[in-house]
Design a protein. Sequence first.
Length: 349
Amino acid sequence: MPSLWDLPDFDAHEGVHFFSDPASDLRAIIAIHSTHLGPAAGGTRLWHYAEAGDAVTDALRLSRGMSFKNAMAGLPVGGGKGVILADAARTKTPAMLAAFGRAIESLGGRYVTAEDVGMGEADLVAIGRETRHVSGLPVGEGRAGGDPGPSTAMGVFLGVKAAIRQALGKDSAQGVHVAIQGVGSVGGGLARLLAGEGARLTLADVDRARAERLAAELGGATVDAAEILSAEADVVSPCALGAVLTAESIAALRTPIVAGGANNQLATPEDGDRLHARNILYAPDYVINAGGIINVTLEYLGQGDRAEVEARLRQIPGRLETIWAESAASGDTAARVADRMAMALIGRG
Ligand code: NAD
């Protein structure tokens, strides 16, 4: 393995911290990309990695992504990410979570955690017994915070509507055909919001029964997970995995709009160019999917009630419109325009 400084995903991260606690079998990484705007905020992922190097790559990429996401959301926080290297069964014990909480505490508030893949509200409660630098905890009615999924779904819904306005000239999702890849917390929430406005839905999930249940409830169709990205639709909305937009999948797209909640949708920066070359309107993922981090960051800062979260979610369409306008004016892709704006905001422009 090359040295950390030579890794392709190392981007002058302020700190990359490796933790181990043999008593609880904890092995974890906390990557702090930037604290230019405030403490580095970003969730913790618990995952079984084939190689430890893959966990380092994930921590480096995801923490940089959080710097961009938080800056573009107008939040007074930087970007960071926690990664817990789990065994194949993804074992998670109270002792391990406590040790991870102490690891966060040792950083003295430079990193604030929240939910990510493999970590739920109860895990954050356990971590919160060891450190106060934690968000995404259960909150009282009307307060900011708790499960970030519904806020992410609402932000994506507003962003999809902005894209529909931009590309199709329509003010409502009524009758607009949206194909959603992955109907979990974000994709499922998005489907409900779109159905409420009369959109036509096509849903797909590797858990086919899950897609079928939701389609039956909301009145949509389902297709095989392998077919959703090439569905003929007004909008394709990736809400499952990252790296789904590749040379091959982009060539097969039959939609004028790609706008969804998944993180890191573009497999490579060139895939943003490919979308642009096909004249497909793309909503940069970390701009449209910032609702969850807005919700939990306001919770951590003790600044918010739901009304404040919703006011900030309503700013997502305007941000996308600014990016698309700049993209049209400069000829640069929406993804590159967003990256440039984010870099300037974190003092690296
Ligand atoms: P989730 O686990 O609740 O749902 C994901 C769904 O996608 C599951 O139903 C899963 O079966 C399905 N899926 C997995 N692979 C698939 C495939 N190849 N084709 C079709 N379906 C597939 O997760 P989530 O919280 O809804 O997150 C979805 C995406 O949004 C992830 O990329 C996540 O990183 C991103 N995201 C989530 C949040 C949040 O607040 N939850 C915030 C920002 C970004």
